[in-house]
Design a binder for this molecule. Structure first.
Ligand code: ATP
Ligand code: MG
Length: 433
């Protein structure tokens, strides 16, 4: 049985017998002295074997060891100022549990070596690097912090279907699948279902969910399978009530990331915690600002990748903020369920972080008649939405919500590409591992 993780072994344990389990990270042979660096989930420990002192059988076993083999070491802790962290183990027993083949597909000891494709092709090995596993420990922390915040605010976690019969929002970015003798799709979002939960009287729901998007992107911020927090809230006054939840949720997630000191040190990153409320600018102000900086966007057009990036710089330089809301988007560019602000504008918003959208949301339409009009305006067939539309005829409260991309917030927090912050990313070219 493991008695200690490597990290827990310190000079104070001098003279104690411990048992550690892990991988052979490095092996050095100086003739009379043999060193092993054992790596486990929490860090490293040095094993020092000496000719004449260490049992001959153990020395022989060490000679035969290959890097990345899984081993057990039982031995005595020795405080030694020359050893890493001032401590090492003199082995009394070694068990080679599973010998690794060589050569290795990837060098775990080198910080930056292989290109991203080689790394992803050997992801299990890549993830053994402490600075890579640090990314996913931070990810674990921010997801948990998000959940904790939402539960504290009275949200109920739901699971909506991921196999659906028709598009949630229209559009073409759906993956078709064969479903017995019918056509079905992978869900691009839980949108319609979480709205139905508002009609069901659940008031506040969230889902830690997967979006499947058949978009033919090839960027550093798009994948075809995405993780997100998807949230819906009833009895709101307007979109501002939704934005408040989103800014608090985001802040809690960032605070959780900032608390991962060890991991951030490995990644050489600092995280700035924003102040609530976040800066808010309207779409029109956005277009104006961009124009001043030489980026022309026609009114009613999406703010493209370049525009988003420039806007991120403007917000940093002029407003001293990395995170900001863009609200009051033109109505007709937004999905059919978006609540109009007036004839021209909507109650939709985006959350930008360092020049990349990390969340979109809005107040939704809760009146059946208006919803039907907007569905028709978008050239969608109301018959495909009957199961959903029905909910609006028998008591639907006012509501709104958002989707917050977990992969997106992670990549922006750590200034990495999206492929680095997802365990096994799915893009146009990658389906394995
Ligand atoms: P974008 O315009 O950046 O492509 P979107 O507006 O199409 O994103 P939404 O439908 O608004 O995306 O989804 C809500 C959130 O989910 C986004 O703000 C983003 O954080 C995340 N998201 C959506 N699609 C993707 C994707 N293909 N890759 C990564 N994250 C995504
Ligand atoms: Mg969006």
């Amino acid at each position: 049985m493991r008695t200690h993780y490597s990290e827990d072994i310190n000079p104070e344990l001098d003279g104690k017998t411990v048992e550690v389990y892990g991988w052979v990270h490095e092996k050095r042979d100086l003739g009379r002295l043999k060193f092993l660096i054992i790596r486990d989930r929490e860090g490293f420990i040095q094993i020092t074997a000496k000719k004449g002192i260490t049992d001959e059988n153990i020395l022989k076993k060490i000679d035969k060891l290959t890097r990345e083999s899984v081993i057990m070491i039982k031995g005595i802790v020795i405080g030694n100022p020359k050893a890493p962290r001032g401590v090492e183990i003199n082995p009394e027993a070694i068990d080679i549990i599973n010998r690794a083949d060589s050569p290795l597909p990837l060098d775990v000891t080198k910080k930056v070596c292989a290109d991203i494709d080689t790394r992803l092709n050997n992801r299990f090995m890549d993830l053994r690097k402490p600075e890579i596993s640090a990314i996913f420990r931070i990810r674990n922390k921010i997801i948990n912090a998000g959940r904790r915040y939402l539960l504290k605010e009275g949200f109920i976690e739901i699971n909506s279907p991921k196999i659906i019969a028709s598009a949630s929002e229209g559009g073409t970015d759906l993956f078709p699948i064969s479903y017995f003798d019918k056509e079905a799709f992978l869900a691009q979002s839980p949108q319609l279902y979480k709205q139905m939960m508002m009609a069901a009287g659940f008031d506040r729901v969230y889902e830690t969910t997967t979006y499947f998007r058949a978009e033919e992107h090839d960027t550093r911020r798009h994948l075809n399978e995405v993780s997100a927090f998807d949230v819906e809230i009833a009895f709101i006054r307007d979109e501002e009530d939704v934005m408040k939840i989103l800014e608090n949720l985001t802040t809690k997630m960032m605070e959780a990331a900032a608390s991962c000191e060890k991991e951030l040190k490995l990644l050489n990153k600092d995280i700035k915690i924003p102040e609530v409320p976040f800066e808010r600018i309207t779409y029109d102000e956005c277009i104006e600002l961009l124009k001043k900086y030489g980026k022309k966007i026609e009114w009613g057009e999406d703010i493209d990748t370049e525009g988003e990036k420039i806007l991120g710089n403007i917000m940093r330089d002029r407003f001293d903020t990395e995170i900001y809301f863009i609200k009051r988007y033109p109505l007709n560019t937004k999905p059919f369920y978006t609540m109009p602000y007036d004839d021209k504008y909507s109650r939709a918003f985006d959350l930008g972080y360092k020049g990349v959208e990390i969340s979109s949301g809005s107040q939704r339409i809760h009146k059946h008649k208006l919803l039907l009009e907007r569905i028709k305006f978008h050239n969608l067939n109301p018959e495909n939405f009957e199961f959903y539309l029905k909910c609006f005829r028998y008591g639907m409260p006012p509501h709104g919500g958002f989707g917050l991309g977990i992969d997106r917030i992670m990549m922006q927090l750590l200034d990495l590409s999206i492929r680095e912050v997802v365990l096994f990313p799915r893009d146009r070219h990658r389906l394995t591992p």
